[in-house]
Design a protein around this ligand. Sequence first.
Ligand code: ADP
Ligand code: MG
Length: 322
Amino acid sequence: DVLADQIAAGEVIERPASIVKELVENALDAHSRQIDIIVTEAGLGQIRIIDDGDGIDQADVAIAFKRHATSKIQSPKDLFRIKTLGFRGEALPSIASVADVIMTTATGSEQGTEIHIRGGETITMKPATARPGTDITVTDLFFNTPARLKYLKSPQTELAQITDIVDRLALAHAEVAFSLTHNERELLRTVGNGNLQQVIAAIYGNTNAQKMIPIETQDPDFSVRGFTSLPEVTRSSRQYISIIINQRYIRNFQLTKAIIQGYGSKLMIGRFPMSVLLIELDPVLIDVNVHPAKKEVRISKESQLEGLITMAIQQQMAKQNL
Ligand code: ADP
Ligand code: MG
């Protein structure tokens, strides 16, 4: 029901950036190769996401907006080996309960569908001509939950959150072409050729991307690859460190510390490197079902992974005589 969806929305949909995150993750789970994100007024005007992924069958469109309807896990034991970004079946019903949503979707094997839901009420659902993929537009965010609106920060801050999330998603998926446009201005474009350093260049600039050293290491449980900046290229915050596990951007204080530790005394106090580390591990070693927004995760053998990261950076520095 709408109330339950709004309660869930309270946890998953805090701000425009949460919507961008959930919808882009859906596009990624649907095997999209190209994802275009078009935003106006820092997400309060509209958020539109166009993907070229699997699309949704006519028969499943209404179900996708039902609570806990997910096509991604079938049995309880799947919860312990999650390979998709979504699995809780909460995002679409939550978003639709606090905004106006129009989705056009097609699988390519049958006619497409257009559904319009506002504040949890289905306004229309009808066949539509559409190319394969999904095109979803969210407007009037929080129109029926004014308290939420009041808690939003300035447009600059909300937009910065959107940019930050799209940046991390693009870093985690160098094989997907992303574009982000705000008020008709293009803020990011990646080509989707799988080249991580090119994505880093698109986000942090060419000069910074050139001043990065490659990291590549593994042990029986973990593989780690990516780039970390030369000790001279530092920032005053940890913001520019991205830790990505099984293509999911996560926040983890200990792993961040492990990266910093790899630099030893080469970093000045209060300075932090720029790093993008892609970690792969067996999904049984990670629990992503800790928080609805899935930002925090629990990792088994975490200290082993910390050691591996620190050592990889130390060795790479030594190799480069740094
Ligand atoms: P979850 O991602 O946790 O499964 P969501 O509420 O985000 O839950 O989405 C519900 C379902 O709708 C998904 O399981 C998926 O089957 C379908 N879906 C949502 N977005 C897309 C998309 N962009 N392309 C294809 N299918 C989608
Ligand atoms: Mg989802």
